[in-house]
Ligand binder design. Structure first.
Ligand code: HMG
Ligand code: MG
Length: 304
């Protein structure tokens, strides 16, 4: 297994979106700007900034346009934002973003609660949004949620998640990120799911989006890495969750992922001490202790 490990892995940072969408206390725009600048400073090259969703559904990210304007287009960094429909795409495009991420769930109930649509309806919306975005020279990523399990429907058939993923890729999404939305995955399950996806699809077209709700995200990431995944979503400090998925607290912490990868000799392009600084900014921004392990423990003296 270990001889299959890559030289480099790509990290897609989601704290400013998946993290901040979940905060009960409003985070002011200038604090979000501080967080994103610290993330960029750490060398992260793919950052999801915010969401162009309905501000009635997610008021935490209602300042999306202002955040994108404040961050501008830093050299060598790809910025993205969630986008559920044509209105979201138009707002993202007007703001000047070059990438968006569409999203849906592989469970009907979660998709309905999250977006007020059936899976079929979501796919019909994306069949319009994705070509329109590509026509506007934007890249489109996609998420398929609840692949490891749904808070309402329990276990999800991976064949269904795979079928939805293929439809999104066929529409023109360049990559689909598979979500363990509520952090219920365990390693052997991750191996089974990895087999289902990697047997049929190129590893470059897939990513893992793991929540650490029950402490298994890093173990699942390691299994995914060994199975062939090369793109991982993570959130500094372990900030994160989903407001429409009860119990979905905490994404895989970016520092924990990067610490593990660097320790295994795998490059990420991220400066870990600076990333730890960004985690401190994140903690100050939300005003509470964040759960990431490396965030809390820091770097071991012998390894700095
Ligand atoms: P709806 O209420 O059915 O929408 O919501 P609608 O089309 O009927 O519109 C209702 C109102 O919202 C209208 O305004 C629209 O203009 C407005 P009104 O006429 O009442 O004043 N509206 C918008 N405004 C701004 N931007 C937009 C937009 N769209 C409509 N894009 C909708 C449907 C999809 C909009 C809503 O359900 C929604 O915004 N949901 C987003 C929920 C969300 O963001 N969830 C968290 C992200 S998903 C996640 O965290 C999982 C992930 O991390 C992966 C994983 O962990 O697995 C990605
Ligand atoms: Mg998520």
């Amino acid at each position: 297994m270990l001889d299959k490990l890559p030289e480099r892995v790509s990290v897609y940072e989601v704290s400013a979106r998946d993290g901040l969408q979940n905060e009960a206390r409003p985070v002011p725009l200038d604090a979000k700007i501080r967080l994103v600048r610290a993330l960029i400073e750490s060398g992260l090259q793919r950052i999801e900034l915010t969401s162009f969703v309905s501000p009635k559904w997610v008021p935490q990210l209602a300042d999306a346009t202002d955040l994108v304007a404040a961050i501008g287009q830093p050299e060598g960094v790809t910025l993205s934002a969630l986008c559920p429909n044509t209105k979201g795409f138009e707002r993202a495009s007007d703001a000047g973003l070059q990438e968006i991420a569409v999203f849906l769930s592989s469970s009907e109930t979660h998709n309905k609660k999250n977006t007020n649509k059936s899976i079929e309806q979501s796919l019909r919306v994306f069949a319009e949004v994705v070509p329109a975005a590509k026509q506007a020279n934007m890249r489109v990523r996609a998420y398929v949620s609840t692949v490891w399990g749904c808070p309402y429907e329990g276990e999800i058939d991976s064949a269904r998640s795979l079928q939805i993923t293929k439809e999104l890729l066929d529409m023109g999404c360049y990559q689909v990120s598979l979500g363990d939305t509520i952090g219920v995955g365990t390693p052997l399950q991750t191996r089974r799911i990895s087999d289902v996806f990697l047997n049929e699809l190129d590893q470059e077209r897939l990513a893992l989006h793991l929540h650490d709700t029950r402490g298994t995200a890093l173990a699942n990431a390691l299994v995914g890495l060994q199975m062939g995944f090369r793109h991982f979503d993570a959130s500094v400090g372990g900030l994160g969750g989903c407001p429409y998925a009860p119990g979905a607290a905490g994404n895989l912490a970016t520092e924990d992922l990067v610490f593990m990868l660097h320790g295994m000799g795998i490059e990420t392009g991220v400066d870990l001490p600076k990333l730890i600084e960004a985690g401190r900014v994140a903690e100050a921004v939300v005003g509470r202790r964040l759960p990431g392990k490396v965030h809390q423990a820091g770097l071991p003296a012998l390894r700095t």
